[in-house]
Design a protein around this ligand. Structure first.
Ligand code: MG
Length: 390
């Protein structure tokens, strides 16, 4: 079998395009993947095109060899977006190989280790606060509106959700959320106002959720370490499942973990086990975020297996289209150290159209797929319909 083409497609997402990679072969098997950060869609698509020189004409089933060809061949542009584009290709190659053997991807790695996976309702109230119109949802204009979503998650059977700090507006105006450094000046201050806002929100969410639900708060890159510690201490009485932080320095994260008084989850942007290692050695995280779409399957799995050695569980980062959920479920079904995985119940309406199968989710549990490959194909007609022109 030989690869005849490698292609990257960008499709309209909620905040940024979703990226998909399509690998075609001369014996009719097509491999699909969802990958990378759509914020840099033009760069991602260009990188996949550049990397295809290592793949076209090769046997797609030698996934490890081809990955190493790309890895060694791009040492002069090490890491970052290059690795994310390599992930797109690697993931699509696993899909080809598993389909060629007629098995799910996790079967290639000794799975399944489970038949279902607990997931949390992610971006609860965050997406509705920022993109109500795109979601066909009601805008959030009060804390009561946000608490209704907690009730909705509970009624749907979820026992865990994650939110971000919501920013109140003038009475009757839609609220917004803070994510990814949009909190204002790059001093990243935790102001008294933000601290009080966060405490009011989490207190109300805990009262609505009751003691049986787990609550996570993602603060991304919005505060420096001192602010993270202060926020954690102020929220500790509401029993967070974790506070999530995007961090670039293992020692500062260890300091936060030691003093914040809440469990710390981090790691979603780390690519490959080598970049997780300083955090593991520092014991800087309670829960390790691992993104399959950004790293590729083998690097993500290796990072997860290494976390197991350090006595930690992982939580897959998964906020894109459905194919990324299938990829993440294949990771969960191939390892033994998963705390919980991410899931976005509220999303743009066309997300379902992009795949031939949607994930089966019941009572906050995803059924591990059993179909060959990832467990779903992409609908290429739908990809064209919602494509973003690059
Ligand atoms: Mg996060």
């Amino acid at each position: 079998m030989k690869v005849t083409s490698v292609e990257a497609v960008a499709v309209q997402g909620l905040a940024a395009p979703w990226m998909f990679c399509i690998i075609r072969t001369d014996d009719g098997i097509t491999g699909y993947s969802e990958f990378g950060e759509g914020l840099v869609a033009n760069g991602m698509a260009g990188l996949v095109k550049d990397l295809s020189r290592f793949i076209v004409g090769q046997d797609p089933r030698q996934v490890e060899k081809l990955y190493m060809d790309m890895f060694r061949g791009t040492q002069s542009v090490y890491g970052g977006a290059t690795w994310q584009a390599m992930a797109g290709i690697e993931l699509a190659l696993w899909d080809v190989k598993a389909k060629a053997l007629g098995v799910p991807v996790y079967e290639l790695f000794g799975g399944p280790t489970r038949t279902e996976q607990r997931v949390y309702w992610s971006h609860l109230a965050t997406y509705q606060a920022g993109s109500a119109e795109k979601l066909g949802a009601k805008p959030i204009k009060s804390l009561d509106d946000a608490c209704k979503l907690v009730e909705e998650a509970k009624a749907a059977g979820y026992d865990c959700f994650k939110t971000n700090i919501l920013i109140p507006a003038e009475k009757g105006q839609p609220w917004t959320g803070i994510r990814q450094g949009r909190s204002g000046p790059h001093d990243q201050p935790l102001t008294r106002e933000l601290l009080n806002t966060a405490v009011r929100q989490i207190k109300a969410f805990r009262e609505t959720a009751g003691p049986e639900m787990d609550i996570c708060l993602d603060v991304n890159v919005n505060f420096k370490a001192a602010g993270q510690i202060r926020l954690g201490q102020a929220l500790a009485e509401h029993d967070l499942f974790w506070m999530e932080i995007d961090n670039l320095d293992a020692k500062s994260l260890r300091m936060v973990k030691d003093h914040a008084g809440v469990p710390i989850c981090s790691g979603e942007q780390k690519l490959g086990p080598i970049n997780y290692l300083p955090y593991y050695e520092e014991r800087a995280m309670d829960v390790v975020k691992v993104d399959v779409q950004w790293q590729g399957f083998t690097p993500a799995r290796n990072a997860a297996k290494m976390a197991e050695v350090f006595d930690m569980n992982i939580a897959p980062h998964n906020f894109n289209g459905h194919l990324s959920t299938f990829q993440s479920m294949n990771l969960c079904a191939s390892i033994n150290n998963v705390l919980i995985s991410e899931s976005d119940p509220a999303q743009v309406k066309w997300r379902d159209e992009l795949v031939t199968h949607v994930p089966e989710i019941k009572n906050g549990r995803v059924t591990i797929p059993t179909r060959p490959g990832w467990g779903t194909d992409l609908d290429e007609k739908a990809l064209k319909k919602y494509a973003v022109k690059l």
